[in-house]
Write a protein that binds this ligand. Structure first.
Ligand code: 6SY
Ligand code: ZN
Ligand code: ZN
Length: 250
């Protein structure tokens, strides 16, 4: 069975019409959640997928729309299902995720004092692909987002690029398409204003056609509808719609 992708949400950090930009990948043999933002458990509830059916979670970087749902996920799995969720994460994110994000809510004297006490932590090495669940292989690609904060985009099954929040990286997109066989690109977009920490629509529109025709836009603001027809050949991903890999590829 081929890979399917369902965005739990397609909104940016401040969106109200759209949930957080988190994705559910299903290979037919396993389910991987890419990022677990504040709205992840509500979105999963709405699409009828219990948290206990998620085989693993992968984190791209530390912002609430990408990790804000981990406390609930961790507690629900540990308390209601008596097991630790499997968490894939790059080593540099472990300390800030626990010390600066989760510790305040999750620590319990003598019981929980580190990330490994509530999650089955698996460390990923950037630029090296690994099978995270059966049928889903992921390579972390470090990309620039906020100065001083590590962030990792993803190359999935050697054919699909999934951007973390990132500033425009045209050389990387060229390299993936022309040298690594990338056939589809799920890319975050900032529709208006200067892209200080994100990639703008105008920047993506400056790319040559072979790249643009592979791009599907996500992580957008509430005014997205005003931009339909202004994104050239690029399309907007719809939250909660199930896409089969072939629909996203050229
Ligand atoms: O230097 C900064 C830092 C942050 N921000 C905003 O905060 C948000 C945090 O989540 P995000 O990465 O999805 O999006 C970010 C932006 O919307 C910004 O505009 N400029
Ligand atoms: Zn974000
Ligand atoms: Zn971010």
């Amino acid at each position: 069975m081929s890979l399917s992708i369902q965005m739990l949400g397609t909104g940016n950090a401040f969106a109200k019409r759209y949930y957080n930009n988190n994705a559910l990948l299903d290979s037919g043999e396993g389910k991987l959640l890419i990022d677990c933002g504040t709205t992840a458990s509500l979105a999963l509830h709405q699409i009828g997928v219990p948290l206990s059916e998620i085989d693993a979670i992968l984190i791209t970087h530390i912002h609430a729309d990408h990790v804000g749902g981990l406390e609930e996920f961790g507690f629900q799995m540990n308390i209601l299902h008596r097991r630790k969720p499997v968490l894939y994460i790059a080593e540099p994110l472990i300390h800030p995720l626990w010390e600066h994000t989760l510790k305040g809510g999750m620590s319990q004297q003598g019981m929980i004092d580190k990330l490994e006490d509530v999650f089955e932590v698996n460390v990923l090495t950037p630029d090296k692909s690994a099978t995270l669940v059966p049928g889903i292989k992921v390579e972390l690609i470090p990309t620039r987002h906020i100065p001083g904060k590590n962030s990792y985009s993803l190359f999935i099954n050697d054919r699909l690029f999934y951007s973390a929040d990132m500033i425009f990286a045209p050389d990387l997109l060229h390299h993936l398409v022309h040298e690594r066989g990338c056939r589809g690109i799920l890319h975050e977009v900032q529709l208006q204003g200067a892209g200080e920490v994100h990639t703008t629509l105008d920047e993506l529109l400056s790319l040559p056609k072979p790249l643009q025709e592979r791009i599907h836009l996500m992580h957008y603001s509430d005014d997205m509808e005003q931009f339909r027809g202004k994104a050239g050949v690029m399309s907007f991903l719809e939250q909660q719609r199930i896409y089969h890999l072939a629909e996203l590829e050229v």
